[in-house]
Write a protein that binds this ligand. Structure first.
Ligand code: GUN
Length: 167
């Protein structure tokens, strides 16, 4: 099945980070916000939200961003590379995919506050699901800027990774 057919079958829409998504579940339970917010009246979140997320040859990059919530990721098909920058500046890269014998990950967790980008690697697409805890809100989300990337990883790496920043 082509990546287009996959996006159609799953009724995915373009995601602002790149790629395509559809929210598949909202946990109606609300929980107290477990992290600082700028608005003192902003006190609760849905307990969790879930999406399908697809990267394709046409839209192969999930651009660097971070979220205050933690995200569980689950592989369905294809192959991708995750690039993470932890709050202390530590860089981590890994491959997600079905070849567990080669060390590819079927499931991975990105803690709140960690910068993340994803990209299709050596495949037609990458199809995953994500569970965000507590639930996803755009106000908890931030896109990476070149100046911040440079501070975190230095000039050379920032220029190398410029393609993973949202233009
Ligand atoms: N990224 C992870 N979960 C979500 C979600 O529910 N909505 C949006 N727009 N992006 C997400």
């Amino acid at each position: 099945m082509s990546s287009h057919a996959l996006a159609d079958a799953l009724q995915l829409s373009p995601h602002p980070e790149g790629g395509f998504f559809r929210r598949t579940h909202e946990n109606p339970l609300t929980v107290p916000v477990p992290f600082p917010t700028s608005d003192p009246t902003d006190k609760t979140r849905l307990a969790s939200t879930s999406i399908h997320y697809l990267l394709t040859k046409d839209s192969p990059i999930g651009h660097f961003h971070r979220n205050k919530s933690l995200t569980y990721h689950f592989h369905h098909r294809g192959r991708g590379r995750y690039r993470l920058i932890h709050e202390d500046g530590r860089v981590e890269e890994y491959i997600v995919g079905g070849d567990i014998w080669a060390g590819e990950k079927l499931m991975w967790v990105v803690e709140g506050g960690v910068w993340k980008s994803s990209a299709v690697e050596g495949a037609e697409e990458l199809l995953i699901s994500e569970v965000v805890v507590p639930g996803f809100e755009f106000k908890d989300h931030e896109f990476m800027r070149f100046e911040i990337l440079k501070e975190l990883v230095g000039d050379e790496k920032a220029r190398e990774w410029n393609e993973f920043l949202k233009a």
